[in-house]
Design a binder for this molecule. Structure first.
Ligand code: FE
Ligand code: FE
Ligand code: ZN
Length: 277
């Protein structure tokens, strides 16, 4: 497992690989546009070439693109629903142009349409997003911190989407966020707990779908239903859980991305590298 974190694209996406290397990253995650919304900055030949050569120059093995925060496939507002479809597709195309391996997205909430209608719209939305998509970047769905109607807090819900008959051909993957899973009741504090959680994931979603990890400790206890990231080892998951996760033989081929606050993210990266055998 290679280790990295989320980095800023301030002053151009082409600056991200160097910024990542300075923090000690071996891989990194970016937003290619404002996470709050609005038009995406244009990617031209120049940015793309500079970004790709930066990846090589600064020895960054993989890049993960995160979609903006407003994505909601369950929205009752047509503008938000169609905006989600079009922006996720744009991010897939942009990530492919940059040579980024994955685009990770949240799915939204069933709050507005309810479970049944919301789920039908979600499947339709993902079909629209991926229709005739030819790019190289793979779409990953992120598990969420269970709070109310949020989509994707249980492995069963993720499995129902990823393994849906209408979506199977698109080869969706999953990005597993440790803080979100823990908040949603999946224990990761000990090797035994990690083993059990991974077995549950494997039985429902399938471990072959797991393509990346968000490595975040949790400010709230198990099943706290709250999405608050803590620095590695300082939260309720703790050092032993992360030592087991990053050295786990079944997770050998996925990379881990920190989304902890930047005040101590360098320490988090160094700490995880230390824990890695
Ligand atoms: Fe996320
Ligand atoms: Fe995350
Ligand atoms: Zn989170």
């Amino acid at each position: 497992m290679k280790i990295g974190c989320h980095v800023s694209i301030a002053k151009g996406v082409e600056n991200a690989p160097e910024r990542a290397a300075v923090l000690g990253c071996e891989v990194f995650q970016i937003f290619t546009r404002s996470p709050q919304g609005g038009r995406a900055p244009e990617l031209n030949e120049q940015n793309i070439t500079a970004f790709k050569s930066g990846m090589k120059k600064y020895h960054q093995a993989e890049c993960l693109v995160h979609t903006p925060y407003f994505i909601n496939y369950g929205s009752g507002n047509g503008r938000i629903f169609y905006g989600s479809v079009s922006v996720v597709r744009q991010e897939l195309e942009r990530a492919s142009a940059l040579g980024a391996a994955f685009v990770v997205t949240h799915l939204g909430s069933f709050k507005y349409l309810g479970q049944k209608k919301g789920f039908a719209q979600l499947i339709l939305g993902l079909e629209k997003t991926l229709k005739d998509y030819q790019g190289s970047a793979q779409l990953l769905l992120e598990n969420s911190a269970g709070a109310g109607d949020i989509i994707g807090d249980s492995f069963e819900e993720i499995a129902a989407v990823v393994n849906h008959p209408l979506l199977k051909k698109f080869k969706l993957g999953v990005c597993f966020d440790t803080c979100h899973a823990f908040a949603s009741g999946y224990d990761l504090r000990t090797p035994t707990a990690v083993k059990k959680t991974l077995a549950e994931f494997d039985e429902t979603v399938g471990l072959d779908k797991l393509r990346s990890l968000h490595l975040n400790d949790s400010k709230f206890p198990l099943s706290g239903r709250r999405d608050r990231h803590e620095h590695i080892g300082s939260g309720h998951i703790g050092k032993n859980g992360f030592a087991d996760i990053i050295n786990h033989p079944k997770l050998k081929n996925v990379n881990g991305y920190l989304e902890t606050e930047h005040d101590r993210v360098e320490e988090d990266i160094a700490f995880l590298k230390e824990l890695r055998k």
